[in-house]
Unconditional design. Structure first.
Length: 73
């Protein structure tokens, strides 16, 4: 069985960031800059509901990052 053509998420993030830079589009890179890693047990417990979906504490951090980006424009 042939596997679908795909790459790790980081590859897609890099492509988006490169295209945004080329066209001068501001970006919010939560993949690299959120500061939360659900693979770390402490972050898993503190910031996620189930290891995949963020909880309210994580959403507050995300909102602050978005606010910073919007205020910088």
């Amino acid at each position: 069985m042939k596997k679908p053509c795909a790459m790790p998420t980081k590859g897609y993030v890099d492509i988006i960031l490169e295209a945004a830079k080329k066209f001068g589009i501001p970006t919010l890179n939560l993949y690299d800059d959120l500061g939360i890693n659900p693979n770390i047990p402490e972050d898993y417990k503190k910031y996620t509901i189930d290891g995949l979906h963020f909880n309210d504490a994580a959403h507050i951090i995300m909102a602050e990052k978005l606010k910073e980006l919007l205020e910088s424009l």
